[in-house]
Structures are given as C-alpha cells and as structure tokens.
Write a protein that binds this ligand. Structure first.
Ligand SMILES: [Zn+2]
Length: 167
C-alpha cells in the first residue's frame, strides 16, 4: 500500500474527463487500495477521485463515516436524483483553503461496478449523496469552484494563485 500525492488545482488532469475502465485487473484493485490509504491519511477527507492522484480513470473511494463505511466504485454514474436541492459548504483536497457553497440533490441512485466487476447500485441520502456527487463531478472534470458565478470564480482563482505561489 502507498499514499499518493494529491494533485492540486490548477493541474490540467483535474479538468480531464476520466476514462471508463474496461477490464478490472489487479492494477485497478491495487490503485483503489492506495487511494483508500491516501484518503485515510487525512482525517477529514471523506472521498477521493482518481484524477486527484494523477490517473484519469473512473475510480472513486468514499468513506462518509456512516453505516455504509468504505465504498470503492468503478465507472460510477448518477442514474437518478431526487428531492429539493440543498446548499452546503464543501471543501476539496485539490483546492486547499477553499470552501464553496454547493447546491446538490439530497438523494441519488448510483450505478457502478465493484472491484470484482459486478454491477452494483447505491441509494444514498444526505451527506453520502453529497460526497458521491462531489467525487463523480471530479470524474467529469468538474470542481467545486465551478458552482460559483463567473465573477466570484475569477476573484477566487486570483487569490488562490497568490496564496499558492510558493507551492
Ligand atoms: Zn474534491
């Protein structure tokens, strides 16, 4: 097992659409395990997408610290959204120091494959639904700052670049 370095905004890979996994091999399983270790390496992190550790492939790991526990998903897609949209402040490991109010569905149904290549469905509500939507956004090259209006986004990008100049 290994802990990967986190790719930070404005790295190009964070804007790429992740590729669909065709054959699930030991490589993907090992990569998922390393993603899990990377996620747990940071106490507050509840999810990670492959692009954040420099691989443009549809893999995510989540642990929303609820009864569903650790979830590893391959090729996840949102099949259904339900309920009145909810706004909540979110952060992201790839955007240190940034929080954004993000509007999301309170209930989702996700279709994906597990590590053994079996199709699975996940029905999620509340915080887990939010984390799933955040990570699936990453696979589509979308970040929390994309939920800001253009003026706010431009300002934030400038201050972020100034703060992270030395990094
Ligand atoms: Zn994120």
């Amino acid at each position: 097992m290994a802990v990967y370095d986190i790719v930070k905004y404005p790295a190009v890979i964070l804007r790429k659409k992740a590729k669909t996994v065709k054959d699930i091999s030991s490589y993907q399983r090992e990569f998922l395990d390393n993603m899990v270790e990377t996620m747990y390496n940071d106490e507050v992190t509840v999810g990670l997408a492959a692009q954040q550790v420099n691989l443009d492939t549809k893999l995510i790991v989540i642990d929303a610290r609820d009864e569903k526990g650790l979830i590893k998903l391959i090729n996840p897609v949102i099949k259904h959204r339900e309920g009145r949209l909810v706004v909540m402040e979110e952060g992201c490991m790839s955007l240190p120091g940034v929080t954004v109010n993000v509007i999301r569905s309170p209930k989702v149904v996700i279709e994906a494959k597990n590590e053994r290549g079996q199709p699975i469905n996940i029905e999620a509500e509340g915080f887990l639904a939010r984390v799933l939507q955040h990570e699936i956004d990453h696979l589509n090259g979308k970040l929390i700052i994309d939920y800001l209006n253009p003026a706010k986004k431009a300002l934030l990008a400038i201050s972020y670049r100034l703060k992270n100049k030395s990094a």
